[in-house]
Design a protein around this ligand. Structure first.
Ligand code: 1CP
Length: 322
């Protein structure tokens, strides 16, 4: 996820070589390199393309920079007139660079390893555009409660651009795509259907119209008791789940065949090998392997020691065989 590579020394080296974070995202050779780095270290089954959810607003013409030590800073969208400057992003240099990274990774990756493409969900991406940075969502939620017409317009535009962006990644070689709604958990039940579920459902409909067989993962982080609604109402094939959500609960409400991804608390990776192995075994026990993609419940902390991931992978393989 967003912090992913930052715990790896080889990532830091390539990142320094690229200069800025966006230069890294838009250099297909370097983006492919950092995508492949974890696969050289660990016996894992999938890679996620190196990019960011904020590539879509950037391709749409919205100003974006990453400030060292602070994170993303965006031009704000807060009215109908602000929307006028946005394009679709189709045929943008940003979309083409990511598509080029995907095809480069696919050509270097063993066929048995899945490649995951991704985008942010409209609610999460819109909230970055409304707030101009990552730390706040109060104003975004305020305009959602107000049902401001320009917010619906912004979300519709993000749906259209995200469909195109995901299709481009699939056409370049992504085996599956994941939609990250990182701030879904902050939506009350009143807003959840309209702003989390509905735009994601539209994206999936649009992608499936062009690529009906590509499985789609939705990670509505913090959806908790609402993951069942995300599964049944969006048309996705798999659910990403945060660490706080109980896998036993999910199994009790999801239909057979529903796939779940995630759940290990990234904070646990700062603990001892014994604690980590025990927790991994617990997750594998409560989720049948044929319907669980082992993963963390959110991004790896930058201070994580790379060796602990070897422990995780071994514990997953051991639990799977046992
Ligand atoms: O090198 C650096 O310092 C940049 C850190 C970084 C990285 C490695 C950012 C900035 N983005 C990424 C890559 C990234 N982002 C991936 C690629 C795959 C991977 O490396 O594993 C993915 C899937 C994301 C997705 C992403 N970006 C999300 C959704 C998932 C999640 O973590 O919730 C979000 C919310 C972002 C926004 C973002 N990008 C970067 C930062 C620091 C942030 C969060 C800022 C904030 O809200 O405070």
């Amino acid at each position: 996820m967003r912090q992913a590579g930052r715990y790896l020394p080889e990532y830091k080296k390539t990142r320094a070589q690229a200069g800025s974070f966006l230069d890294l995202c838009y250099s297909p050779d370097l983006a492919a390199e950092v995508t492949l780095q974890p696969l050289r270290r660990y016996d894992i089954d999938a890679a996620i393309i190196f990019a960011d959810i904020l590539i879509v607003p950037h391709a749409m013409g919205n100003g974006l920079s990453f400030v060292e030590g602070e994170g993303p800073v965006l031009e704000t969208v807060r009215s109908t007139s602000d929307l006028a400057r946005l394009r679709t992003g189709f045929e943008s240099a940003q979309f083409s660079s990511v598509a080029a990274s995907v095809s480069k990774v696919r050509s270097e990756l063993n066929r048995s390893i899945s490649l995951i493409g991704f985008c942010g969900a409209p609610w999460t991406v819109a909230s970055y555009m409304i707030e101009g940075r990552g730390s706040e969502r109060e104003y975004a939620r305020h305009v959602a409660y107000q049902r401001e017409p320009w917010l619906f317009d912004l979300i519709d535009r993000l749906v259209v651009s995200s469909i195109e962006y995901l299709c481009l990644q699939i056409e370049a070689g992504a085996d599956t795509v994941q939609i990250f709604d990182s701030w879904a958990g902050e939506l009350t039940d009143e807003l959840f259907g309209e702003f989390c579920v509905e735009p994601i459902r539209k994206i999936i409909l649009g992608v499936k119209a062009r690529h009906p067989d590509v499985p789609i993962i939705v990670f509505a982080k913090g959806a908790n008791y609402r993951h069942g609604a995300v599964y049944s109402e969006t048309g996705c094939q798999a659910l990403g789940v945060e660490a706080e959500c109980s896998l036993d609960y999910l199994r009790s409400i999801l239909p057979r065949g529903a796939v779940v991804q995630g759940n290990l608390d990234p904070l646990l990776l700062l603990c001892s090998d014994e604690i980590v192995s025990r927790q991994v075994a617990k997750i594998v026990k409560s989720a049948p392997m044929e319907s669980h993609i082992f993963n963390l419940g959110h991004g790896i902390r930058p201070q994580t020691k790379p060796e602990i991931l070897t422990t995780v992978v071994k514990a997953v393989r051991h639990a799977d065989n046992g």
